[in-house]
Design a protein around this ligand. Structure first.
Ligand SMILES: [Zn+2]
Length: 287
C-alpha cells in the first residue's frame, strides 16, 4: 500500500520585514539590518489545500492608529508587497481560490504569521495549545502576538500538545523557544509525485547559514535560553537528515526565493513572481 502524502508544495512570500539582524542571530551587532521574507506554505492534500502561516494583518498596517499601537517599534518595519491583500494575491497568482484552502496550520502567533487568519474564519486551525494560551495572555502584545489576529470566535481550533499529524503527510513538530508553543512542520510528499519531502522550520530557524549550519541561536525568544533554541534546530536537523529532506529556515532572504523557484519547477508551475523589494533570484552560495 502506497503512502498518502502531499501532492504539491507552493511557497509564498506574503511581505517582508526590515529588522535588526540580532532578531535572527543572537548577539549580532545592533546596527546590522536585514530584510527578511514573510513565509507561507501551501500544501495540496486529499480534499484541498492546507495553508501554513498567513502573513500580516494589513488593517493593522494601513490604519495609522492601529499601526502606531501594533507596529510602533521603529526598529522593526513591516513591508507589504502592494496595495492589496497579500494572501489573496499570492493565492490568485498560484491559481488557487481562498475557498479551496480547507485548513490552516500556524507555526506560531506572531503578527507576521497569524495576521491573515482573519480571511479564513471557520476553517480548522492547527496550533499548539500552549501557543494559543500564551497568545491570549496579557503579556502577548509586548511580544508581537496580537489577539485581534486570531480571537475570532468562528475559528475551529485544533489544539495540540506536542507533535502530531495534522493532515496526511503533514506532521507538526513542537519546537518551543521562539514562542512558547512554536511548531515546525515535516512534509512527506506522496509516492505519486516522487516521494521525498521537506522540513519547514519556520521561526525555529530564520537563516540557513547562521541558525542551521553554524547553530547560532535565534535572537527572538520567549521564556527560552539560546541553548534551548539551538537544541530545537538540532532536532529538526536530525529529522531532516534521517529522512533525507532539506531543512528550510523561515526567513532567509536568499534561501526562500530559491526554494520557491525550485519547488515551482519541480511541480511544473510557472515561477512565482519576483515581486516587491527584497526579492531575488540569485542563487545563494551555500545551497
Ligand atoms: Zn516569529
Amino acid at each position: 500500500m502506497g503512502r498518502t502524502g502531499v501532492r504539491e508544495v507552493v511557497l509564498l512570500t506574503l511581505g517582508w520585514v526590515d529588522l535588526p539582524r540580532s532578531e535572527s542571530v543572537d548577539g549580532a551587532p545592533p546596527e546590522e539590518r536585514l530584510r527578511e521574507p514573510v513565509p507561507g506554505v501551501l500544501l495540496h492534500v486529499d480534499g484541498g489545500w492546507v495553508l501554513l502561516d498567513t502573513g500580516f494583518n494589513t488593517a493593522l498596517l494601513r490604519d495609522a492608529a492601529l499601526r502606531a499601537r501594533f507596529h510602533g517599534d521603529p526598529a522593526v518595519r513591516a513591508v507589504l508587497p502592494g496595495p492589496g491583500e497579500p494572501l489573496e494575491e499570492a493565492l490568485a497568482y498560484a491559481g488557487i481560490d481562498l475557498a479551496d484552502v480547507h485548513a490552516v496550520g500556524l507555526s506560531h502567533l506572531h503578527l507576521d504569521h497569524a495576521g491573515g487568519l482573519r480571511l479564513l474564519a471557520g476553517r480548522p486551525v492547527h496550533c499548539q495549545r500552549r501557543e494559543l494560551e500564551f497568545g491570549l495572555s496579557a503579556r502577548a502584545e509586548e511580544h508581537g502576538v496580537l489577539r485581534i489576529d486570531f480571537d475570532d470566535p468562528r475559528h475551529d481550533w485544533r489544539l495540540a500538545d506536542g507533535d502530531g499529524e495534522i493532515a496526511p503527510g503533514i506532521t507538526a513538530v513542537l519546537t518551543a523557544g521562539h514562542t512558547p508553543g512554536h511548531q515546525s512542520f515535516v512534509v512527506d510528499l506522496d509516492d505519486a509525485v516522487g516521494g521525498g519531502g521537506y522540513v519547514f522550520a519556520f521561526d525555529a530557524a530564520d537563516l540557513h547559514a547562521e541558525n542551521v549550519e553554524q547553530e547560532i541561536a535565534i535572537g527572538g525568544r520567549v521564556d527560552a535560553t539560546p541553548e534551548e533554541c539551538v537544541e530545537q534546530v538540532r532536532r529538526l536537523k536530525a529529522i531532516a537528515a534521517e529522512r533525507g529532506y532539506p531543512l528550510l529556515p523561515g526567513h532567509d532572504p536568499v534561501v526562500w526565493p530559491v526554494a520557491t523557484r525550485e519547488l515551482a519547477e519541480r511541480f511544473g508551475r510557472s515561477p512565482a513572481r519576483p515581486a516587491g523589494p527584497g526579492a531575488t533570484w540569485r542563487r545563494g552560495p551555500r545551497r
